[in-house]
Design a protein around this ligand. Structure first.
Ligand SMILES: [Zn+2]
Ligand SMILES: [Zn+2]
Ligand SMILES: [Zn+2]
Length: 158
């Protein structure tokens, strides 16, 4: 699927674009992480929390959660999304392999804002690395045969 907002290719099963946070699927109505009952208009590009119109802050066409807007903007300046996984197990394997190679990844999981009711969000675990480590991290995952995990936009931006 191609995001209508930023033209980034997005995995079919995702409800929100990983690059800009816009809602790309209308199949399931997802609720705001702060306001149960309010429909999410997008998801934070850093933590992935679904946000309603009141809780979404847009900066340079990217959606952030109002809760952590300051820290998230600084974070996204320095870090790149390496990829997302629906499987916590796979995410753990990726994180340990990166650490074994001297890269310290940062992980955002839907557990942080929901009591792991994953049907309320894209259940994907997001793995970020410092931008300078991006090329090295991609090499490591490719050697491990985990290239499906890598967010396509991350490769294109190299
Ligand atoms: Zn997008
Ligand atoms: Zn956020
Ligand atoms: Zn809200």
């Amino acid at each position: 699927m191609i995001c209508p907002n930023c033209s980034c290719p997005t995995k079919e099963e995702m409800h929100f674009c990983l690059n800009c946070g816009a809602a790309v699927s209308t199949i399931a109505e997802i609720e705001c992480g702060n306001h149960p009952g309010a429909a999410a208009v997008g998801a934070c590009v850093v933590c992935g929390m679904p946000v309603c119109g009141d809780c979404a802050v847009t900066k340079e066409k990217k959606i952030f959660c109002s809760r952590n807007i300051g820290t998230h903007i600084v974070f996204l300046d320095r870090h790149a999304l390496l990829g997302v996984s629906d499987s916590e197990f796979e995410a753990d394997v990726i994180v340990s392999n990166l650490k074994a190679n001297g890269i310290l990844p940062l992980v955002y999981s839907p557990k942080e804002f929901f009591d792991f009711k994953s049907e309320r969000a894209d259940s994907a675990v997001r793995v970020f690395v410092v931008k300078d480590d991006r090329a090295h991290a991609i090499t490591i995952l490719t050697e491990l045969g985990l290239e499906d995990f890598i967010h396509i936009e991350t490769i294109q931006r190299l």
